[in-house]
Design a protein around this ligand. Structure first.
Ligand code: WTA
Length: 656
C-alpha cells in the first residue's frame, strides 16, 4: 500500500450507517443482532455451526462429530454425507424456484442466455454422465480451463456431483502455468473451450491446452472436452479431444448426486505464495458448502428477488465461492459476464446493470479505480437505480475510491461491504453485514460471526489499539483450507508455524498486515510477505523471478511491487545480465514478453531495471526493502548497514 493511502486511511473518521429501510428487511438487522450472533458463536462455535448446518443444508446423512481438530488439521461434520451440487440444484426443484433463473449469462459480443434451475440441473446431470463415460471416477481430478461461459459452472457442478475434485485454472494463465498445475493435480481430464472473448478479441484456449499437453508432458490426462464458443479453427486430436456438444447430445439427464463425505475434496485451487511454486489449496465438501452458503446469504443479504452480480472470473476463489457455489446453494440468480470494460465499450458494466436490473454488485477496488478514471458520465448515463448493495474484494480499498463507489454507483443509498478473505479461507472472513454494521471507508470492519480474528505480533500476543500487526485467526472455521495438495508440511509451515504455537494453541497466519482502531474496526494494510497484489490478482515475487531467470540473458532477478494508482501494485523487476548481453529497450520488451509466456499477462512487469549488481546482505540475501523504495522513487531510508557493497545502491540510484 502506498504511503499516501496509508495516511489517508489513518485519518479516516467518516461513518455510514445502514438506512432503516435496508435494515428492516435484512437477514441481520442491527448491530445488536450481529453482536448476539458473534457472542453465541464465540461461546460455543461447534453448536453455532451445527445449528446452521442443520438449518441451511440438505444432508443425506447427519454428521456425528461437528469438529475434529488435530492442529493444524481440521475435520468438520465428521461422517456427514451431502453433495454440494444437490444443495445448489436438486433441492430447489421441489420449490417455486424450479423455473427461476439460476444463471443469467451475458456474453460477448452481444450473446446472452438465461438458464433456469431445472435447465441447469439437466445440463449438470448430462455432463456428469459424460464425465463418467470418459472414465472419471470419484476422487479423480479434473482440470477446467475455460472462459466465462455457463459451461464453466456446469463443469464444476458436474464434477462435484460425481465427487471428482475440480481444479480450475484461470483462462488468462499461459500454457506453461496450466501445465504445472495439471501435473501437480494429476488431472485425468481437461475441460476447455476453443476460445473466449476478451476485450473485442478472441483468446485461444484450446491451443494453449495442446501446448501444455505436448510431448506427453502431463501423462495423467486422457481426455480433453472442448466447448465450441468462438468457432475458429482448432486442432482436435483423435481419441483424446471431444466436442462438448457431441458428448452432451448422447448423455442421459438422469444422474443422482453421489453422497459425498463431508471431508471429501471438493476442489483444488492453485494460488501464489512467497516461496516456491503456486500451492494447491484443498477445500472439502461440507464445511465449504455451509460457509459459502451462509456468508453469501448474510453478507449480500440475498433475497429471492435479487439479481446478483459478482464480476470475478470463475478461475479465482471469488468466482468459485461467490459466482457459483454460494449463490446457487441459496437459490439465487447469479449473473456471469464474459466481457470487460474496454475502449470500445467503457460503460459495458453499467449497461449490464441496467439491462438486467442488477440489485447486488460485487467487484474489485482496481476496477473501481479504473471506472473513476473513465469518467462519471458513463455510469450517470445509465439507470442504476436497481442497485441496493455494493461489495468489494481482493485488495484494500482507498477511501477516495470507496466514496466514489458510494456516491456515483450507489447513489448514496447502497451499503458497501468491503470483504476481506483469501483463497485459503474459502469464504469471506472480515466484512460488514449490510443491515447491521456502520461502515468506515477503507475498513473491512468486523469478523463474520464465528470467526475469531485478531491482530498480533510475532509472539502471538495482541498488539495495542491502532498498532500495526499480523492478521490471524484463532479458531478453525468450516471452510478453511484443509491442506496444500500433496504437501502437508508446507501447509503446516506456511500457515500455522509462522507464529510458533504456544500451549497447543495454533494461530492461522494470513500473511496480511492489519490494525484495529479504537472501535474495534479492522483495517487491512496489505501483504507482509513477498506476495504482490496486482489488480487484485495474487502473484508471488519468486514465481516472476523464476520466470525471468529462465531467460538466457538473465543472471539474477529481483521482483518487487511499486504502488500504482489503478492496479494497486505494479511489478518492477531488477535484473542483472549474463556477460554477453547488453541492456536496452528491446531486451526489456523481450523479457516482459517472456514472463507473459511463462505465467500469463497478469504477471507482465510494468518496468524492467537493468543493474550491474543487486543490493545484498553479507549473507547474500537480496534486500528487497531497498529495491521497493527505489522502485517507488522514495528516499532509501532505514538501516543499510548490513548491505555488503554500498556502491551498488548508488549505482541503482544512478549516482555511481
Ligand atoms: C488481499 C481473494 C484488503 C489480501 C479473495 C489477501 C484484501 C489476498 C481484501 C487474498 C480486502 C483480499 N481488503 N485486502 N477486502 N480482500 N485482500 O487469495 O492481501 O486471491 O491476503 O483471495 O488479497 O487474495 P486471494
Amino acid at each position: 500500500m502506498s504511503q499516501s493511502t496509508i495516511e489517508s486511511i489513518l485519518q479516516e473518521e467518516r461513518l455510514f450507517s445502514p438506512s432503516e429501510s435496508f435494515s428492516e428487511t435484512a437477514h441481520i438487522k442491527s448491530l445488536e443482532d450481529y453482536q448476539r450472533l458473534a457472542e453465541r458463536a464465540k461461546a460455543d462455535p461447534e453448536k453455532f455451526w451445527a445449528e446452521l448446518a442443520q438449518q441451511e443444508l440438505h444432508w443425506f446423512q447427519k454428521w456425528d462429530t461437528v469438529l475434529d481438530w488435530q492442529p493444524p488439521f481440521a475435520k468438520w461434520f465428521v461422517n456427514g454425507k451431502l453433495n454440494i451440487s444437490y444443495n445448489c440444484l436438486d433441492r430447489h426443484l421441489t420449490t417455486w424456484r424450479k423455473n427461476k433463473a439460476a444463471i443469467i449469462w451475458e456474453g460477448e459480443p452481444g450473446d446472452s442466455r438465461t438458464i433456469t434451475y431445472a435447465q441447469l440441473h439437466r445440463e449438470v446431470c448430462q455432463f456428469a454422465n459424460t464425465l463418467k463415460q470418459l472414465g472419471v471416477k470419484k476422487g479423480d481430478r479434473v482440470g477446467v480451463y475455460m472462459p466465462m461461459i455457463p459451461e464453466a459452472a456446469i463443469a464444476m457442478l458436474a464434477c462435484a456431483r460425481i465427487g471428482a475434485p475440480h481444479s480450475v485454472v484461470f483462462g488468462g494463465f499461459s500454457a506453461e502455468a496450466l501445465r504445472d498445475r495439471l501435473i501437480d493435480a494429476e488431472a485425468k481430464v481437461v475441460i476447455t473451450a476453443d476460445g473466449g472473448w476478451r476485450k473485442d478479441a478472441i483468446v485461444a484456449l484450446k491451443p494453449q491446452v495442446d501446448k501444455a499437453l505436448a510431448d506427453g508432458a502431463v501423462p495423467s490426462v486422457e481426455n480433453v472436452v472442448v466447448v465450441k464458443r468462438t468457432a475458429q479453427d482448432i486442432h482436435m486430436q483423435p481419441g483424446r479431444d471431444h466436442w462438448w456438444h457431441d458428448l452432451q447430445q448422447d448423455a442421459s439427464p438422469d444422474c443422482p448426486a453421489e453422497p459425498m463425505d463431508s471431508e471429501d475434496t471438493l476442489f483444488i485451487l492453485y494460488t501464489s505464495g512467497s516461496t516456491g511454486k503456486p500451492k494447491g489449496v484443498v477445500h472439502t465438501t461440507g464445511g465449504y458448502n455451509l460457509y459459502t452458503h451462509i456468508t453469501t446469504k448474510w453478507i449480500f443479504d440475498l433475497q429471492d428477488t435479487d439479481v446478483y452480480w459478482c464480476t470475478a472470473d470463475v478461475g479465482w476463489i471469488t468466482g468459485h465461492s461467490y459466482i457459483v457455489y454460494g449463490p446457487l446453494s441459496n437459490g439465487a440468480t447469479t449473473l456471469m459476464y464474459e466481457g470487460a470494460p474496454r475502449k470500445s465499450n467503457p460503460g459495458c458494466f453499467w449497461d449490464v446493470v441496467e439491462k438486467y436490473g442488477v440489485t447486488i454488485f460485487y467487484t474489485a477496488p482496481t476496477a473501481i479505480r479504473a471506472f473513476i478514471k473513465m469518467g462519471d458520465h458513463l455510469p450517470k448515463a445509465r439507470d442504476l437505480s436497481s442497485l441496493r448493495l455494493l461489495g468489494t474484494v481482493g485488495e484494500p480499498i482507498n477511501p477516495e475510491a470507496w466514496m466514489w463507489y458510494h456516491k456515483v454507483i450507489g447513489g448514496e443509498r447502497c451499503p458497501i461491504v468491503d470483504t476481506w478473505w483469501q483463497t485459503e479461507t474459502g469464504g469471506v472472513m472480515i466484512t460488514p453485514l449490510p443491515g447491521a454494521t456502520s461502515t468506515k471507508p477503507g475498513s473491512a470492519t468486523f469478523p463474520f460471526p464465528g470467526i475469531i480474528a485478531d491482530v498480533v505480533n510475532l509472539d502471538g500476543n495482541p498488539v495495542g489499539e491502532n498498532e500495526g500487526g499480523y492478521l490471524v485467526v484463532r479458531h478453525p472455521w468450516p471452510s478453511m483450507l484443509r491442506t496444500v495438495y500433496g504437501n502437508p508440511e508446507r501447509f503446516r509451515r506456511t500457515y500455522w508455524e509462522h507464529i510458533p504455537p504456544k500451549d497447543g494453541k495454533y494461530l492461522y497466519f494470513a500473511g496480511d498486515g492489519a490494525r484495529k482502531d479504537k472501535d474495534g474496526y479492522f483495517w487491512i494494510m496489505g501483504r507482509v510477505d513477498d506476495v504482490l497484489n496486482v489488480s487484485g490478482h495474487r502473484l508471488g515475487t519468486m514465481e516472476v523471478e523464476s520466470a525471468l531467470v529462465s531467460h538466457p540473458a538473465v543472471a539474477e532477478a529481483a521482483v518487487v511491487g511499486k504502488p500504482d494508482d489503478i492496479k494497486g501494485e505494479e511489478v518492477v523487476a531488477f535484473i542483472t545480465l549474463e556477460g554477453n548481453y547488453e541492456p536496452g529497450d528491446e531486451l526489456a520488451k523481450e523479457l516482459k514478453q517472456h514472463v507473459v509466456k511463462e505465467i500469463g499477462a497478469i504477471a507482465r512487469p510494468g518496468e524492467i531495471r537493468f543493474s550491474e549488481a543487486l543490493p545484498k546482505t553479507r549473507s547474500g540475501k537480496i534486500m528487497r526493502r531497498l529495491l521497493r523504495s527505489l522502485a517507488a522513487g522514495e528516499e532509501v531510508s532505514g538501516d543499510t548497514s548490513t548491505l555488503e557493497d554500498k556502491s551498488v545502491l548508488d549505482k541503482l540510484r544512478g549516482e555511481g
